[in-house]
Design a protein around this ligand. Structure first.
Ligand code: ATP
Ligand code: MG
Length: 325
């Protein structure tokens, strides 16, 4: 009996050691893959990047490597995970940034789903027609363009496009050069952080790639930032703090402000801001909704160094919205 028990104990110790070795091996492989990905990315960016990219294909030390002259800041909400709230973030923030903060904004909808274009053409069109009946000069607060991912630089480099902020809505995938090429057009890439155990690692991996791009950009003296932006937050859930701690622990940057998981955000319009009290009421928004949106807008303005034209916002809006494409 004693002999059997000892044998069983030895067997357990052996299994435990085996498991810890496998876990350690997995850790080593993951670390190796992440490091090699960074090295490959940095290597690729310095010598073979698409010539249409503002990073250009010149060596990082060449002094005239600066992007084409433009006053616009370019941002993208991006992550490899589909359905994480990229288009919703663009929709929720673009209208308040235009109406309340007076920014001239263009949204380039580069996703084949065309969520933002469809919101304007199918959801907002009737309200816009009513608005026009009451006021023939009424305009959308910002411009929306269906656009191709591989033609982003045509838009950004066009001197006729006089915007403070260009927001690119990209598809929910990270394979292929086109998405990464588009991300290199950005001054900042904003990654929706959804507090979900299953998605945590892949989101962090995507941000680690952005961190590698940032390092390559810093070496080339090109402005490039990336931030995680918590969204779909449900108050009081322990996953939220764990997600923040996880991102912080990896040394990745994130916004302090966040958006909650709220029905009102699924009703964001390209015509009316959720900070517009009447529309907020209609969409089911509350004071908490407005406070959250304001905090995110203000953190975005501060981090990107955008102009804050709250005092003159009413005057700026009409010049910002020239056409809805
Ligand atoms: N803060 C939020 N609160 C509640 N629902 C949200 C929020 N953000 C996004 N959603 C909902 O989650 C779903 C996916 O959102 P969205 O389409 O913005 O994601 P996406 O990342 O753009 O997706 P894709 O990768 O397919 O482009 C939608 O039904 C949207 O209404
Ligand atoms: Mg989308």
């Amino acid at each position: 009996m004693l002999y059997c028990f000892s044998a069983f104990l030895l067997f357990c110790i052996y299994v435990e050691k085996l498991i810890s070795r496998i876990v350690y091996l997995r850790f080593c492989i993951t670390t190796f893959l992440l490091i090699s990905k960074r090295v490959i990315l940095c290597f690729c960016f310095s010598i073979t990047f698409d010539s249409s990219s503002r990073w250009s294909s010149q060596p990082a030390s060449t002094p005239d490597l600066n992007p084409a002259p433009t006053m616009s800041k370019v941002i993208s909400f991006a992550t490899q995970k589909g359905g994480s709230g990229k288009s919703t973030l663009a929709l929720v923030l673009a209208a308040p940034l235009a109406t309340e903060y007076g920014l001239r904004i263009a949204v380039l909808d580069c996703d084949y789903q065309q969520s933002i274009v469809k919101t304007r053409e199918q959801v907002d069109a009737a309200n816009f027609a009513k608005l026009r009946e009451a006021n023939p000069d009424a305009q959308y607060p910002y411009d929306v363009y269906p656009w191709q991912l591989n033609r982003i630089f045509d838009f950004i480099d066009n001197p006729e496009h006089n915007y403070d902020l260009i927001i690119i809505d990209v598809p929910g995938r990270a394979d292929g050069d086109d998405v990464f090429n588009a991300l290199t057009a950005c001054d900042a890439v904003i990654v929706p952080l959804v507090s979900d155990y299953l998605d945590r690692a892949s989101t962090a991996e995507f941000m680690t790639i952005l961190e590698a791009i940032k390092k390559a950009a810093d070496d080339a003296q090109i402005d490039f930032q990336y931030y995680g932006l918590p969204t779909k937050r449900v108050a009081g859930q322990r996953e939220e703090k764990e997600m923040d701690d996880y991102i912080d622990g990896l040394g990745l940057s994130r916004f302090n402000s966040y958006l909650g998981h709220r029905k009102a955000y699924t009703r964001a319009s390209t015509l009316y801001s959720l900070l517009n009290p009447a529309w907020a009421r209609y969409a089911g928004g509350t004071k908490d909704t407005s406070d959250e949106i304001r905090r995110v807008c203000e953190e975005l303005i501060e981090r990107l160094g955008l102009p804050d034209r709250r005092a003159t916002a009413g005057a700026s809006v009409s010049t910002a919205s020239t056409s809805a494409k």
